[in-house]
Design a protein around this ligand. Structure first.
Ligand code: SAH
Length: 374
C-alpha cells in the first residue's frame, strides 16, 4: 500500500472540512447538563431531552409536550440539530428492506439499510463516508475515504431507523429495532473512538441510550488486528465479524490490500483473543467469488486455520458476492458454493450462508456507493 492506513485509535477531529453542528448524542452527561443550563434551563431538562431522543426517538419539538412550550424550540435547535438529511429512499423485498441515502452537513453522503425479518429488525449503519481500505470487490472501497462520521451521525442513523419501525413504516406493523450491524459504508475500526462511543450509546439503557443488547450489535472489520485487540478490552461483548475472504496471504493481499499490514494469521489470532476475552463467537465473513476464492482447497485451508486456534470459537458466514459495477468478479456457482460450505462443515465449522437483502437496490453488502441516481 502506498498510503498509510487511516487507523484511528485516538480522537482526531471528524474531518478536514469542519465538524458537524454540536449534537446531544456527542456530549457526555455533564456536557449535556452544562449545555442546557447555558440555555437558561434547569439541568434536569437534559434527561427529558434524552428520553425524547433515545426513548421516543424524536427530534420534533412539538412532540416534547412535557417541556415548556417556550423552551422546546430553543433546546431542539441548540442540541438536536438535523445531522442527516434524507435524499433518497429505496425499498425492496416487498418493503421489508429500505435503503436510505443521507446527506451530511458538508455534503458528504452515506447510506443505511434497514431490514425487517419475522422476529428481528436489523439496521446496517455507515461509520465513514466512503472507505480508505480499497477492497477490490467492494463498491464503497472504490470511492476512497471522504471522512469519518461523528458519533452523533452514526447514532442518528439508528434513531431514524428506530423511529421508522416504531411508526409502522415497514410492513408488519409497528416494531422495535433489535439489531445494528456496522456493515454499511466504512471501516468501523478505522474510526475507532467515535464508533465505540456510538456502540456505548446503542447498548446503554434508555434514557442514556437505545437499550440494545450488546450481542445484537455487530462490528464488522476488514481485520485491523490491533484495533480488534483494543475492542476486546472494552468490556462490551458486541459480536465481532471479520471480513476474511481468503485463507492465504497471497490471495487475501490482492482482495483486501490491508492484508499486507496484518496477515491472515495475525487477524485470526486477534479474532481468537476476542473470543477468549468476551466469550462471543466470532463470525468469519467470506464473499464467494467465482474461480477466485471459492476452491475446495481454500475451504479446507480455512477450516484448518480456524481449528488450529481451537474449537467452538468461530462460525463462518459465506455470502455470494454481490455484483459491483465495473468489477471483474461475480458470485460463485451454486454447486461450488454448496461444496465450499460442505467442506467447512466437514471440518466442524458451523457455517451459515448469509442472506443477501436488497441487492436490486444496491443495498446489499459491498454495494453502498452513495449514488444519487440509480
Ligand atoms: N469495512 C467493514 C464493514 C463494511 S462491509 C468490513 O470490511 O468488514 C460489510 C461486509 O460486506 C464485509 O464483510 C465486506 O467484506 C462485505 N462485502 C464487501 N463487498 C462485497 C460484495 N461485493 N459482495 C458481498 N459482500 C461484500
Amino acid at each position: 500500500m502506498s498510503e498509510p492506513v487511516a487507523l484511528d485509535l485516538s480522537t482526531r477531529s471528524a474531518g478536514a472540512r469542519g465538524k458537524p453542528p454540536r449534537h446531544f448524542a456527542d456530549l457526555s452527561p455533564d456536557e449535556r447538563a452544562a449545555a442546557v443550563t447555558d440555555l437558561g434551563q434547569p439541568a434536569f431538562r437534559a434527561r427529558q431531552l434524552a428520553t425524547h431522543y433515545y426513548g421516543h426517538l424524536t427530534t420534533d419539538a412539538d412532540e416534547m409536550t412535557d417541556l415548556p412550550a417556550a423552551s422546546r424550540q430553543a433546546l431542539v435547535e441548540a442540541l438536536l440539530p438535523p445531522l442527516l438529511t434524507q435524499s433518497k429512499r429505496l425499498t425492496a423485498d416487498r418493503g421489508t428492506t429500505v435503503k436510505t441515502l443521507w446527506h451530511l452537513f458538508d455534503g458528504a453522503r452515506v447510506e443505511s439499510v434497514l431490514m425487517r425479518y419475522p422476529h428481528r429488525s436489523t439496521l446496517c449503519v455507515s461509520s465513514q463516508a466512503g472507505c480508505g481500505l480499497a477492497c477490490a470487490f467492494c463498491a464503497t472501497g472504490r470511492l476512497g475515504l471522504t471522512r469519518n462520521l461523528s458519533t452523533a451521525e452514526i447514532v442518528d442513523q439508528v434513531r431514524a431507523a428506530g423511529r421508522m419501525l416504531a411508526d409502522g413504516d415497514l410492513p408488519g406493523g409497528p416494531t422495535r429495532l433489535s439489531n445494528v450491524v456496522f456493515m454499511g459504508m466504512g471501516e468501523p475500526l478505522a474510526n475507532y473512538a467515535r464508533v465505540m462511543a456510538a456502540v456505548r450509546t446503542l447498548v446503554a439503557p434508555v434514557p442514556d441510550g437505545f437499550g440494545l443488547s450488546a450481542r445484537n450489535v455487530t462490528v464488522s472489520t476488514v481485520g485491523l488486528a490491533p484495533a480488534i485487540d483494543k475492542l476486546a478490552d472494552e468490556g462490551i461483548p458486541v459480536t465481532l465479524a471479520v471480513s476474511l475472504h481468503a485463507p492465504d496471504d497471497e490471495l487475501r493481499g490482492e482482495l483486501v490490500p490491508v492484508n499486507t499490514r496484518w496477515s491472515v494469521a495475525q487477524v485470526l489470532d486477534s479474532a481468537r483473543r476476542y473470543f477468549e476475552r468476551t466469550g462471543r463467537r466470532v463470525s468469519i465473513e467470506y464473499a464467494l467469488m467465482r474461480d477466485v476464492n471459492d476452491q475446495a482447497w481454500r475451504a479446507d485451508l480455512l477450516g484448518e486455520l480456524l481449528n488450529a486456534r481451537g474449537r467452538g470459537w468461530v462460525h463462518a458466514n459465506p455470502i455470494p458476492l454481490n455484483p459491483v459495477p465495473g468489477s471483474r468478479w461475480t458470485a460463485s456457482e451454486p454447486s461450488v458454493e454448496a461444496e465450499f460450505v460442505a467442506r467447512l462443515r466437514a471440518h466442524g465449522i458451523p457455517t451459515t450462508v448469509r442472506d443477501t437483502r436488497g441487492s436490486e437496490i444496491d443495498g446489499a453488502c459491498g454495494q453502498l456507493a452513495g449514488q444519487e441516481d440509480e
